[in-house]
Design a protein around this ligand. Sequence first.
Ligand code: G6P
Length: 620
Amino acid sequence: MCGIVGYVGFRNVADLLLEGLHRLEYRGYDSAGIAVLTEQGIEVRKRAGRVAELGGLIAAQPLIGHVGIGHTRWATHGEPNDINSHPHFGGNQQVAIVHNGVIENFDSLRKQLQQLGYVFRSQTDTEVAAHLIAHHLDEQIKLGGSADDLTTCLKAVNATLDRLKGTYGLGILFTELPETIIAARSGSPLVIGVGRDEYFLASDASPLIGYTKEVVYLSDHEVAVLRADGLQIEHRHTGNIRPSIQTLQQVSADIELGDYEHYMLKEIYEQPQTVENALRGRLDMEEATAVIGGLNLTPKELRKIDRIVLTACGTSWHSGLVGEHLLEEFARLPTEVEYASELRYRNPPISDRTLIFAITQSGETADTLAAMKECKRKGHPTLAICNVVGSTIAREADGGIYLHAGPEIGVASTKAFTSQVTVLTLLSLYFGRMRHMSFPAGRRIIRQLRDMPEKIQKTLECHDKVREVADRYYHFNNFLYLGRLHNFPVALEGALKLKEISYIHAEGYPAAEMKHGPIALVDQQTPSVFVIPRGGIYPKVMSNMEEIKARKGPVIAIACEGDRDVARVADEVIYVPDVEDYLQPLVCAIPLQLLAYHVALLRGCNVDRPRNLAKSVTVE
Ligand code: G6P
């Protein structure tokens, strides 16, 4: 969703902001803009549409300066157009701001400001904050302050923040205040990059990569002052704090496309490596268990746990469903998977012995964060399985496990899914070995896990066949995805991928449950994608497949190498390596990712930036 970038230093700020906005494009947006402190005051260029179009505008009307802020907007209040794009001016252009989050009391504040004579140009909630800062600046000046004085400006910002309800990450420029950005955070992430005689501001680390490795993550209720000669951070209630500088792990190659046409394809191909990263240092052959360091609970506390709740959204919820099978199978721990958006408002009974895991790639999903906070508020230990280091959920959690998958830029999640499933397998092994699982069983799982990066590499060999299948089926408008047990979540995930990036209607169903409704949809125009590797209930899934064929439904099957029986029934077979049942989601998800990718390409869709979607959904 919305993205923020800011810079103060010696570089040409317009170029830097534009590059930063390009790097934030993956989050999903519909307009973009920048504000630069120039000799004429603050100048703004903004435009609905892509960052490239904003680039064209800036090339035609250049901005010269070394201090500025930029924004990609994903419309919430008011349609995506030039006027509603950020930055927004406040008052008589004394101030310009960019904002992530939602100001919930914007309506009443707008009325109050209109009564005071402020004229609103946009429909956004953000413009309220801009005028409010200008208003409080005027108030401070009446009390003897000065518009070019930092203390006066900070007082105006703090007086404004006192009146805002909702969430914000703010980047603020004052016309009269030389060479300064003020940033403030409550509920919407901000990270500051520390350079030599320069500072960067951003809503996530991607614009900073390649410029600096030193970062400071702003916490809620903190206000930062960025000037070329220094950084000052103040907690609004407790006063000045010493910034804690952390090291950014990512390198430029992580966010570059390299030889790939799309980030989604690059990320699909990274999976042998990302699964290996998720396993690295976490397999203990001696003890036949997983090494999980960050749970921050003692073995004694962990042994007392008798129930697990996994909460997440989207793809992460699907990996949670795989996790449910694994935790129940390996550790015999009753597990429930809750949509975070539901859990946050439900009040399910949760005992002292329940452990909650929020699963999230970005660590910023608003619903997942809210569900986690609600559980924490009730005193339950709440952990995270998260990819983005330093993200809000990673920081709020009592402990957790990182995926180490590197930045995921394609909006449709791919490598995060397989990394989450890998980590959940490790977690299940860990809990299993604390409970019922034998030493030989633990060792067997470790050996099988070790082989997975290679098996995933092998799975990618299905790419040509998937391309062929996509070519034959891309014009269909309805798909069913069917699988059972561990592969039912894979079917859901396959259907979600297709919906997300090709805009084709697709439904994931447990293969046998299909008889209770979806079978009515089956005809020659409705292909069914079966996830049918060998294993426990393979013959049952075969029967389900026959049922579809009997009704003339085209069948695409994901099956194990060498499976001729499936080939006799299905119209198309995409082969994957034969692995244990519990590891099948790791290989079966991959052809489905590739299928969605090629179908979307053939339908002319923007694979990496599908319409209406955002990479991290930071609003409710
Ligand atoms: C958005 C993304 C999905 C993602 C979901 C949860 O909807 O488009 O790809 O699965 O959010 O995101 P998270 O970062 O919490 O895993």
